[in-house]
Design a protein around this ligand. Structure first.
Ligand code: CS2
Length: 489
């Protein structure tokens, strides 16, 4: 609860220099996390600053209500600070104009917003696990507990997909106005996967609804890029104290910001291209490049760095062996799997990633990036392993990332301390470790978890043996020595 004094101060966060009352709820966004605040909302705010956009955002948060309550206390304003060595730039974001939460406002209010004729775009940042997909196949997992529950009572859904489909059903009944659905999560072909999940869920309810969605909604694929770490005490210390005193939602990020979107909007779009967004025919080369170079490297540094005792990505990059290893991962094991967009130079792109990772100001914690590995590896690492496996080429650093994730999943650090494991499979992983201990049998057991890895790999003796070797190497030598040995040989 805010004190009266804080409430008074919160109202003082000064609005950006445009008429917010002229913004209309054309965009509804599900998920009020840090990334959204510093990316989609930030970009929409930049556009509003041109004075020529009426695009405003309604936020829907399905889980935590605190952020929404706080946002309302702050008149839907909050700050985003771009941290960089030379200067910090602080923005007060005004593009969010309304907010909804099922517990505070009730589900019917959310459904009314989703079926409003003036709504043109629905965007999502619900994290990889929020889609209820099977990591191995990318299809909607009809055994996923939230999906099972929502299919039983589809008119009172809790999952993002269930809410979306019920909203679209009511939209179909109320006005039938087409709408664009924009996934902004780090999934390969995020639009296609979202369409498949939504249509599959809808088909379980009513085939006619599934057809309406297929024919009246588009799901452009998008590639998003901006590092937005959780606000740590270290970053807080570098932000403007006057803003912090009135802003409980202060967000910090790097200056870098990229958004590439397939130009398949069915009912109008914001002119985001005026503020740096690229609308293209196909984002496939961009998303592969970003997932396999940036995100995969992040996971490599997160798991191996965490095991070696490093707290942040920049600290891990400060260790020359890790720095060399991650560059080698990008150049030797990821680049061969990619077809880059024609205007991109591989070396420049890799150099820019290295520079971004080295920025100490961001304090991007290895622990934060390690979250949800069971969902992330399938997007960033596994397809490249499959590529090398089929070709018979080297994937030592890729498989080491998987082995390091498995080792991290034990919840025990190399010094015998506790590692906090946050993953949808955390309980399952814990059960395996309790049964087998810190021994390489766990590798086979984890590979047996249904829908985690593609069966072509999970059942292959050679793949299993390679993964076990990598895992044993980590057990025997530790992350630091293993990485050091790999880059010096
Ligand atoms: C990170 C991403 O946490 C993670 O898994 O790799 O959030 C990364 O910071 C963003 O994708 C950068 O655009």
């Amino acid at each position: 609860m805010l004190t009266q004094n804080q409430e008074h101060k919160a109202a003082e966060l000064s609005a950006p220099p445009y008429d917010r009352s002229a913004l209309k709820p054309y965009l509804l966004h599900i998920g009020f996390g840090n990334f959204f605040r510093a990316h989609t909302a930030f970009i929409t705010d930049q556009l509003a600053r041109t004075g020529e956009s009426h695009w405003g955002i309604t936020i829907v948060n399905l889980f935590k209500a605190d952020g929404i309550r706080q946002l309302r206390q702050q008149n839907h304003l909050y700050s985003v600070t771009q941290v960089e060595a030379k200067a910090k730039q602080e923005w007060i974001i005004g593009s969010v104009i309304a907010s909804l939460h099922p517990v505070i406002d009730g589900l019917p209010a959310i459904m009314a917003a989703l079926s409003a004729p003036e709504l043109k775009v629905i965007s999502l940042t619900i994290t990889e696990k929020g889609y209820g997909l099977s990591p191995a196949t990318g299809e909607l997992d009809l055994t996923h507990p939230l999906i099972v529950a929502d299919l039983k009572s589809p008119e009172t859904p809790h999952s993002a997909i269930g809410v979306l489909v019920e909203g679209l059903r009511q939209r179909y009944a109320a006005c039938g106005t087409p709408v664009t659905i924009l996934s902004c999560d780090n999934l390969a072909h995020n639009g296609d996967l979202t369409r498949n999940a939504v249509v599959a869920f809808a088909a379980q309810r009513c085939v006619e609804l599934a057809h309406w969605i297929e024919n009246n909604c588009t799901f452009p694929n998008t590639m998003v890029d901006r590092m937005v770490p959780k606000l740590s005490a270290e970053i807080r210390a570098s932000l403007n104290p006057e803003t912090l005193a009135v802003d409980q939602l202060a967000t910090a990020c790097e200056p870098y910001c990229q958004w590439v979107i397939e130009d398949r909007f069915v009912n109008g779009k914001p002119e985001w291209n005026r503020v740096g967004v690229n609308f293209v025919d196909s984002i496939a080369p961009y998303e592969m490049m970003k997932l396999r170079l940036l995100n995969a490297s992040h996971s490599f540094l997160a798991y191996l760095g965490l095991l070696a005792g490093y707290k942040t990505i920049s600290e891990t990059m400060g260790d020359q062996s890790f720095r060399r290893a991650v560059i080698r991962l990008m150049l030797d094991e990821q680049a061969p799997t990619l077809k880059l967009p024609p205007e991109i130079s591989l070396n420049d792109y890799i150099n820019s990633i290295v520079n971004r990772f080295e920025t100490p100001l961001l304090h991007h914690r290895t622990q934060q990036i390690a979250i949800d590995g069971s969902q992330k590896l399938q997007q960033r690492i596994i397809p490249s392993i499959q590529y090398h496996f089929d070709k018979g080429t080297d994937y030592t650093l890729l498989i080491l990332t998987v082995a390091a994730w498995m080792r991290y999943a034990s919840g025990i650090s190399e010094r015998g301390g506790i590692l906090e494991v946050q993953d949808p499979l955390a309980n399952e992983l814990k059960r395996i470790y309790i049964q087998h201990g810190l021994r390489d049998q766990v590798v086979d057991e984890i590979l047996k978890i249904p829908n985690l890895f593609p069966v072509t790999l999970a059942n292959h003796p050679e793949f299993k043996a390679t993964l076990r070797n990598s895992f044993n190497r980590l057990l025997k030598s530790g992350a630091q020595k293993t990485v050091e040995q790999l880059v010096t040989c």
